[in-house]
Design a binder for this molecule. Structure first.
Ligand code: SAH
Length: 359
């Protein structure tokens, strides 16, 4: 059996764990500092923990850790795209974006994804597995270590659907925002979902001041059904009221993400329809020209049509911005970095999305 990863636990669980080993309670906060703040990968580095306890811990538990398999750095804006390797050979992506207000990390919550959105590369090989809270946490630590700077903002917009891995995602958010963790403000955390309605309702009741982003991408069910299979399960008549419920319970503005796809969802009539759909909702629309994925036929909307779409929304009183395209010179749509890697290191046709970890 594999050893328990301390990073998958929280402070209380680490206290219980230590108590089970007959260790004094105050050691838990010392240990948490090493695990969740300094992010050491070796018990021997824990200099204020007695050698005997270090050895005892080493025998019964692990510290996680995330290898950087590859990285691409944008010359244009310093954005870094990472491919991380997990001990079982699974690879996930992460991104660091540098903004005037701080460093924002884009974190994956699952390896692969089972949501099947037509324009998204992460889902092409389906779902590999859920990530644990410690594995999400390790992505942030690996980025901080790599850039030698603090991550102040998080977006859960890497591979995977956070609400399809609800429990681990919420545990991650709790730890990364805790004073014993990285103390990242909950207001600086954005969770993005393709629209799992029960998950949105559950999240609304957690009382967390995080930002909810909903990947809408269509103003009506016909277009959304053709792009996002989840819409057949939770159509707009259920999704939009769930967003309203989220706003009512949290007082937070919801972000709607809308990837503009040439000839599919980018016409002026779709802008009107979207404005009508979102009328009187405390929200913000983030327009993103779709990032073409080589396995799919979708093309980016031209710049002038993006602006026309935005203007039309604003004319109807809907607040809309065009998302700054970070790292466009190294651009790989969601999941593409991982796919490129797996194309070259594909080991088994049964597990085509696995990448062998080079040690
Ligand atoms: N599963 C979550 C979060 C992961 S994807 C969700 O669906 O929201 C993060 C965002 O990138 C989502 O809005 C997703 O729809 C969008 N996205 C995925 N592939 C894209 C592409 N090729 N071009 C533009 N946006 C894309």
């Amino acid at each position: 059996m594999s050893k328990a990863n301390l990073k998958d636990l929280d402070l209380n669980e680490i206290m219980d764990f230590l108590a089970g080993l007959g260790v004094e309670g105050y050691r838990a906060s010392q240990l948490c500092q090493w695990v969740f703040q300094k992010g050491v990968t070796n018990f021997n580095d824990m200099t204020n923990i007695p050698m005997e306890l270090r050895q005892k811990l080493d025998a019964v538990c692990s510290l996680g850790g995330m290898d950087i398999l590859s990285k691409q750095v944008s010359r244009r804006d310093g954005t870094i795209k990472y491919l991380f390797g997990l001990p079982d050979g699974v690879a996930v992506e992460g991104v660091l974006m540098r903004h005037s207000y701080g460093n924002s990390a884009c974190v994956s919550t699952q390896a692969g994804c089972r949501m099947g959105c037509r324009f998204c590369a992460s889902t092409i090989d389906g779902m590999v597995r859920n990530l644990t809270s410690g594995e999400m946490y390790d992505q942030v630590l690996a980025i901080q270590r790599d850039v030698g700077d603090r991550v102040s903002h998080l977006v859960l917009m890497g591979s995977g659907e956070p609400l399809d891995n609800y429990h681990q995602t919420l545990r991650f958010i709790a730890k990364v925002s805790a004073p014993y963790g990285l103390n990242i403000s909950l207001r600086h955390i954005t969770l993005s979902t393709c629209g799992i309605v029960p998950g949105i309702k559950r999240l609304a009741n957690e009382g967390l001041p995080i930002t909810l982003a909903v990947s809408l991408h269509a103003p009506n069910d016909a277009i959304r059904n053709s792009l996002m299979p989840i819409n057949r399960k939770y159509p707009l008549s259920e999704l939009i009221p769930a967003c309203r419920e989220y706003i009512n319970l949290t007082g937070r503005r919801v972000t709607f993400e809308y990837s503009l796809i040439k000839g599919i969802n980018d016409g002026i009539e779709q802008a009107w329809e979207l404005a009508a759909l979102l009328k009187n909702i405390l929200c913000h629309v983030n327009l993103i020209p779709v990032n073409p994925v080589k396995e799919r036929e979708y093309q980016k909307t031209d710049r002038d049509r993006v602006i026309a779409f935005q203007k039309e929304l604003e004319r109807h009183g809907i607040n809309a911005t065009v998302r700054k395209e970070m790292g466009s010179d190294i651009d790989a749509a969601c999941g593409q970095l991982r796919r490129r890697k797996s194309d070259s290191c594909r080991s088994s046709p049964a597990m085509p999305s696995k990448v062998q970890l080079k040690r």
